[in-house]
Design a protein around this ligand. Structure first.
Ligand code: HEC
Ligand code: HEC
Length: 225
């Protein structure tokens, strides 16, 4: 990686603008949530089981994707397919999906589970400890992920509030491993974001973000309607 990395806060708006431009250039695909529901049959064995753990490459809970932004679901499936995200199982699964499948699955999962969503209180989220508050400020995390970490500035960015903390920690560490062919994630924006932090600091932020109220859910198959 030869790209120089200026301080995170200075880089953030430039990278954000670049990503917005690149997602705007994607061809618009008609999204079909009903078609996505059928295609999700191959996802529920992991994403539809509350607390389900992935054991390879390491043990952590499988991310909640019901309620996640459709554009982010598509972006991450594309990243697995292209190999920018190296998780072996998800690479295999995403590799079998067409652009249309991804659009349908994104539309389905974004709307999925709305009927079981408890109203998230409109009140401001619990304040972090001073240490975690300083870390989040240093990374300017809210400038992209939103003040409540649910309303990101771009739908291709993930909702992270209330996501499983152990998964958030694995994801953050993945961005710190951009070059290994077998593990990690190559992502210019988040790769730069995680650089200034130690593992302990990443874990502290993941624990706080995971404790927040949010829109993400695991919706078991029996609740499908
Ligand atoms: C065998 C279990 C398994 C199956 C089946 C599976 N996934 Fe996954 N999925 C995972 C794991 C584990 C991760 C976390 C990978 C990582 O660390 O990047 C993941 C990550 C994801 C992500 C990224 C979430 C995020 O917040 O970054 C999306 C989107 C996703 N899966 C969608 C799907 C879809 C859609 C299907 C069905 C077509 C599916 N998955 C099938 C286990 C599975
Ligand atoms: C410049 C905008 C920007 C900033 C600042 C930013 N993020 Fe991100 N974040 C993103 C984008 C874009 C992604 C999706 C990357 C991808 O596709 O893998 C992301 C992904 C993530 C993920 C992965 C979520 C998942 O479901 O896999 C976590 C966790 C995360 N960010 C936490 C943070 C934290 C903590 C900070 C502050 C230290 C931060 N982000 C700062 C834009 C940003």
């Amino acid at each position: 990686m030869s790209t120089p990395t200026p301080p995170a806060a200075g880089l953030a708006p430039i990278l954000a603008a670049a990503l917005i431009a690149s997602t705007a250039a994607l061809p618009a695909l008609a999204q079909n949530a009903a078609a996505g529901e059928k295609k999700a049959a191959m996802c529920i064995g992991c994403h539809g089981i509350p607390g389900y753990q992935s054991s390879f490459p390491e043990v952590h809970r499988v991310p909640m994707i019901s309620g996640q932004n459709a554009a982010y679901i598509v972006a991450s499936l594309q990243a697995y397919k292209k190999g920018e995200r190296r998780h072996p199982t998800m690479r295999g699964i995403a590799g079998s999906l067409t652009d249309e499948d991804m659009a349908d699955l994104g539309a389905f999962y974004e709307s999925h589970g709305q009927s079981v969503l408890k109203a998230v209180s409109a009140s401001t989220p619990p304040a972090p400890t001073p240490e975690v508050g300083a870390l989040l400020a240093k990374g300017a995390c809210a400038s992209c992920h939103g003040a409540d970490y649910t309303k990101a500035i771009n739908p291709a960015y993930p909702k992270i509030a209330g996501q499983h903390a152990d998964f958030l920690y694995v994801a953050l560490r993945s961005y710190a491993t951009p070059d290994n062919p077998h593990v990690g994630r190559a992502n210019a924006i988040m790769g730069a974001q995680v650089k200034p932090f130690s593992r302990r600091e990443l874990k502290a932020m993941a624990d706080y973000l995971g404790s927040l109220p949010g829109d993400l859910r695991t919706v078991p198959q029996s609740r499908f309607r």
